[in-house]
Design a protein around this ligand. Sequence first.
Ligand SMILES: [Zn+2]
Length: 371
Amino acid sequence: MKSIGKWLFALLFLILLPLTLPVMAKSAEVNSLRWTVHNEGNPPYVRIAMDLTRAVHAEAAIDDAGKNFEVIMRNTAMGNVASQYDMDPRAVDFATLSEKDGDTYLDVALTKPQKIDDIRVFALRLDAKMKKPHRLVVDIPVKGTIQSNKRKAISPASSAASTSGKSYNVSNEAKNVLKGKVICIDPGHGGTDVGAVGHVGNKTVYEKDITLSIALPLRDMLTSAGAKVVMTRTTDKDVYGPWADATPELQARCDVANEAHADAFVSIHIDSFSNSTVDGTTAYYNAKSSKDLLLAQMMHQATLNSLSIPDRGVRSNDFYVNVHTAMPSVLMEMGFITNSHRVKMLTSSWAPRSIAQSLFNGLVNYFAAIQ
Ligand SMILES: [Zn+2]
């Protein structure tokens, strides 16, 4: 990456050095690098933001193949910051920070070739009022995505119930209570919507995969007890369509439940927060009927009974899927992907089945209570 000879383009930009200081005064320092995915963009993009102790002179370049992008921050040292980053593989294989001859280099290995004009690099100045330092921001588009206005509604058939799967031993009590009940399971997010993002070691993990891993054994347990299960998705896909806005995507999930005249709707999610010490489970409901709260209470209690997880309560809300489903519905947050202990548990081989079991117990208790 450092053989400048092969760079096809080189962009120069952004000088914010205070004029009163000699140019080679105290060097700047990169003391933080964060990245986030902005799925609401069109196209979506990965944003890399670096905090700097002062403004820097930076240059950007890309190699002939368009696969390696580099930002050189002149007269800048690496502070206490990691040197290697795994990012969203739809756009970036990995990125590295390194220091050489008094300059710091951000090197980004791109998943697909890009043009330098498609990658935005810009500076944000110190904002003392907002307590924001000097920042350098790089936006890398996710290539080959579908534009959000060219979508069609899915046919209900494509999200129809699946009865394939493993069979489970369930109690006669559960069979008596669940026989003939229609239950819609909604694994939160999917496809282009990865949901919350966490890390296990160097590995990036997505909420969408964890929610599906819980939903599938839950489906099989319910089916084994004689319930009819409709799934909003059974694979890693969008329910409405790729890059859909939130409203059609969430409405498509409600439609699956409403068209099946489900008796209950369970949306499975994993929470996230900027403070990694936060963890716990929350059951969200909307009091559109007298049974919504009961369903949330039963699901929440069953979770606390069988999983060792902090209690964040049963909470009223107006989440789209809770408001727009015609039956009692609950949105279960099964722990925080941003908590290192919880994310390890959520991605373990045993957790999905054990979480599914707790949700299954909650449904049995709910249907027993309203009999
Ligand atoms: Zn979610």
